[in-house]
Design a protein around this ligand. Structure first.
Ligand code: UD1
Length: 429
């Protein structure tokens, strides 16, 4: 079992290049199947979710080749396949393959999806949208079977602006004959990135980045080259690593406009934020104070940053109130942060954080991806040594976390532990 060994208390300083966006890459990797031939994606983050997604594409006949940071995906000969249940359940975006695959090959079966255990995570909006586009769906023994002779454009209203449903249905609609209008669409930057990719393939998608997206579907799409934009969530995590350790960190190669909520909250806390055209620098303040945060769909405060931000707020003076409105159980970090000396009271979806002077190192366990990131941040700030276990969750979304944190002066090592809450064994690298 792998874990991170962290010696806390070092201020992080320096600059980092932020890797490609996991969520944008996963959505785009579903859409590559829309075109026959070889698509080349650059700046794909090397994280376990993208590797799993690549393996899943192979099940359906795609030929996948990793070449340094690029991914070559040949979708010339696709077919239905027997996807392994564990593989599909391990990533939420496996489900986004259903529509594009059925648009290309007419018939597909896939086990129901998974992802981090942070809430019920229904797929009703995806299902309603696929039905509206003319697909037939059947769920039996935990497997979806989807058929379509021909998809046709439709009006789709999303009850909630789901990023995943918007991406899934927008991509599928490019091969549906006629016009599709998605109302109450998500406006996340990862939705816009997917629309850019689809248009690069020859699709006609308008309005991405607003709540109404119009797709003129039915044209044959061609493979293309595309660069995945940088990851705003990894960027936000490294900014917080600077702030929580009392340091000074610059994240480069990013779009500062996509980070408005995080920038504003860090400023409100009392950190200094300096913005460049494609970089952001955080300098920790001397007297950082608690704030109120409520997670909201973009451009509100991102639910993915809620747990890392909460870790930071544990050492800010006074009381912070953090309300999670998107996922009902994104709270796996709370108990573990309290083991490190934090003072967090959990009331339903709201965390009441009483700032403490310092955190203390401890052996803690990640329950999901961003909870894991929160524990790493806490470990970097804590007095003494910490061991963060269950780091396979963190591997899902952080490309070279150890190398990046070390380049900023943090003391973190990936090790192998013998048992849970436990003993330290051999150092890997
Ligand atoms: C994506 C991101 C995830 C992020 C989330 C919200 C990926 C791989 N994951 O997840 O990191 O935390 O956006 O920004 O891109 N919902 C329904 N029915 C559906 C679909 C969603 O009710 O059919 C609800 C969800 O339960 C949730 C809300 O909509 O409360 C938002 O979920 P959604 O935006 O779909 O999240 P994901 O795409 O799963």
């Amino acid at each position: 079992m792998s874990a991170y060994h962290i010696r806390g208390g070092r201020k992080l300083h320096g600059e980092v290049d932020v890797a490609g966006s996991k969520n944008a890459a996963l959505a785009i990797m579903s859409a590559v199947v829309l075109a026959e031939g070889t698509t080349i994606l650059h700046n794909v983050p090397n994280v376990s979710d993208t590797r799993t997604k690549a393996s899943l594409l192979e099940v359906f006949g795609a030929k996948v080749q990793w070449r340094e940071g690029s991914l070559l995906i040949d979708c010339s000969r696709l077919h239905d396949g027997e996807a392994d249940e564990e593989m599909v359940r391990s990533i939420r975006t496996s489900f986004y393959l259903l529509g594009p695959l059925v648009a290309r090959i007419g018939f597909v079966t896939l086990p129901a999806p998974g992802g981090c255990k942070i809430g019920a995570r229904p797929v009703d909006l995806h299902v309603k949208g696929l039905l509206a586009l003319g697909a037939e769906l059947e769920l039996s023994e935990g497997r979806y079977t989807v058929r379509a002779k021909e998809l046709r454009g439709s009006e789709i209203y999303l009850d909630v602006p789901s990023a995943g449903a918007t991406q899934h249905l927008m991509a599928t609609a490019t091969l549906a004959k006629g016009i599709t209008v998605i109302q109450n669409a998500a406006i996340e930057p990862e939705v816009t990135a997917l629309a850019e990719f689809l248009n690069r393939m020859g699709a006609n998608v308008e309005g991405a980045g607003t709540s109404t997206i119009t797709i003129q579907g039915g044209a044959k799409l061609e493979p293309c080259g595309f660069t995945i934009p940088s990851d705003r969530l990894q960027a936000g995590t490294y900014l917080l690593a600077g702030a929580i350790t009392g340091g000074d960190v610059t994240v480069k190669g990013i779009i500062p406009d996509n980070q408005t909520a995080v920038i504003n909250k860090l400023r409100e806390v009392g950190a200094e934020l300096i913005e460049g055209p494609d970089w952001l620098r955080v300098k920790a303040g001397t007297n950082m104070k608690g704030v109120r945060i409520k997670t909201m769909p973009y451009p509100g405060f991102p639910t993915d940053m809620q747990q890392p931000m909460s870790a930071f707020l544990t050492i800010c003076e006074g009381v912070s109130v953090v309300e999670e409105t998107i996922y009902e159980s994104r709270i796996g970090h709370v108990q573990e942060l309290n083991r490190m000396g934090a003072n967090i009271l959990q009331e339903g979806r709201t965390s009441i954080i009483n700032g403490v002077a310092r955190l203390r190192g401890a052996t803690v366990s990640a329950s999901d991806l961003r909870a894991g990131a929160a524990l790493v941040l806490a470990g970097l700030a804590a007095e003494g040594e910490s061991f963060v276990q269950n780091i396979h969750f963190i591997d899902r979304g952080y490309d070279d976390l150890v190398g990046t944190i070390r380049s900023l002066g943090g003391d973190i090592t990936r090790i192998q532990t013998q048992e849970k809450r436990g003993k330290v064994g051999e150092t890997l690298h």
